[in-house]
Design a protein around this ligand. Structure first.
Ligand SMILES: Cc1ncc(COP(=O)(O)O)c(C=O)c1O
Length: 423
């Protein structure tokens, strides 16, 4: 599409946006009576209006049914037993992640799920103990890997193979990642990295990584915190072994909202997969027999550990319906346009480290502002434009296709031009 730096042009794009009705389904934060321009869905997505309804319903069930809420249906309250609350997000999560419903389950939080899945899919042997990842992945992932490796009696310095961007570059070359998998293939026990990198916004070719890892008989897992609800995923068809994500970014499930995980169906009937189990992963039909000896639920559900946090689950289940209802292909089409428009408006002003190719990024752009970045960021915030700041000099801006508009993108481009030209 040929873009024009003109507000009417942006407004025309909004008028023909097939997703334009979704914005009204979110609470847009205001300051001094004015709506903020919220480009921070990469950190915390906005509150869907349906969240309060969902929460109120569960509070009413707790109030009126108390413990019976686990097992009783109540049509007046539109209540299905909490016992199966993890099932309600499955169709949406399957659509969003390109999976079978049996392969996905909402549970826990992201880093917890990462540890659970490392237990299941990292099997170091004498000859194959290494984990291939990228340098500078999200800190929680680095800490999880480091401590998990130590818990197996191994030394992270020997186990981790970290692929870095080339000297002078900010993002990774796919050829380097694939060459590293080729080079280390025989000594790898796992390939594990983010699908979309939190700092640069780079989208990795997960299909190519999974394909090559499989050729070397290496399991592959992805942290999808910045990918889920942001870019199309086909976890089942790609043959990804496992994945995990949080839902408070592009899935809008609220601060610290319930996370999710994916386990490919090829692992479902294996009984040699180690787990850190709890009673909520135990065969649901027999859970309350309280007998000895762990019998997992089939599929991803068998990785559940604890009683689900029903209130957070209720919000999560309502939120993911919005993303799935809009549909990933439609969201992606708008997202590519929104972000390409932002790129068009500011690329002559700042160094954008996010790849220029829309196929290698999601909705986020990471702008490096060397001289006075923090001042520019503060001025943007004072003008009601909410992005986020990452030390030492990076502003991350993520127009989200469910609730952001082309007009907002134009306003952000206009503000940056003014601030950077006079600053
Ligand atoms: C890529 C990535 N991984 C892991 C995490 C940590 O997730 P949690 O704190 O929910 O475990 C985040 C949080 O923002 C993240 O962006």
């Amino acid at each position: 599409m040929n873009f024009i730096n003109d507000r009417d042009f942006a407004r025309q794009l909004d008028q023909t946006d097939p997703l334009r009705s979704y914005r009204a389904q979110f609470h847009i934060p205001h300051r001094n009576g004015q709506p903020l321009i919220y480009f921070c869905g990469n950190s915390l997505g906005l509150q869907p209006k349906a969240a309060r309804t969902a929460l109120d319903r569960e509070l009413a069930v707790w109030q009126n049914l108390a413990v019976e809420g686990w097992f009783e249906q109540d049509n007046a309250l539109q209540h299905e037993p909490w016992l199966a609350i993890h099932e309600r997000s499955k169709p949406a999560l399957a659509h969003i992640t390109g999976s079978r419903e049996t392969e996905v389950c909402a549970m826990n939080n992201l880093t917890v799920n990462m540890h659970l899945l490392l237990t299941s899919f990292y099997h170091p042997t004498q000859n194959r103990s290494k984990i291939l990842t990228i340098s500078g992945d999200f800190p929680s992932d680095q800490y999880a890997l480091e401590t998990h490796i130590r818990s197996r009696g191994l030394d992270p310095a020997h186990v981790l193979v970290e692929v870095s961007p080339r000297a002078g570059e900010e993002t990774w070359q796919m050829v380097d990642l694939l060459a590293a998998i080729e080079r280390h293939g025989d000594e790898l026990a796992l390939v594990l990295l983010s699908g979309v990198h939190y700092y640069t916004g780079q989208l990795f070719d997960m299909a190519a990584i999974a394909r090559l890892a499989q050729q070397h008989n290496v399991p592959v897992g992805f942290d999808l915190a910045h990918a889920v609800g942001n870019v199309p995923l086909h976890l089942h068809d790609w043959g990804v072994d496992f994945a995990f994500w949080c839902s408070y970014k592009y899935l809008n499930s609220g601060p610290g909202g319930v996370a999710g995980l994916f386990v490919h169906e090829k692992h479902h009937s294996r009984n040699d997969v180690p787990r850190l189990a709890g009673w909520w992963g135990y065969d649901q039909a027999r859970r309350f027999e309280m007998t000895k000896g762990f019998v997992p639920m089939p599929g991803a559900d068998g990785w559940q550990v604890s009683t689900p946090t029903v209130l957070a689950m209720a919000v999560h289940n309502a939120a993911v319906q919005l993303t799935a209802g809009a549909s990933i292909p439609t969201l992606r089409l708008k997202s590519e346009r929104l972000t390409a428009y932002l790129h068009f408006l500011v690329s002559d002003l700042v160094n954008i480290i996010t790849p220029g190719d829309p196929g290698q990024r999601g909705c986020q752009l990471s702008l490096l502002i060397p001289a006075n970045g923090k001042t520019v960021f503060t001025q943007l915030t004072e003008e009601g434009i909410i992005g986020d700041w990452r030390e030492p000099n990076c502003i991350r801006l993520a127009p989200a296709p469910l609730y952001n508009t082309f007009d907002e993108v134009w306003q952000v481009g206009n503000a940056l031009r003014r601030l950077l030209t006079i600053g």
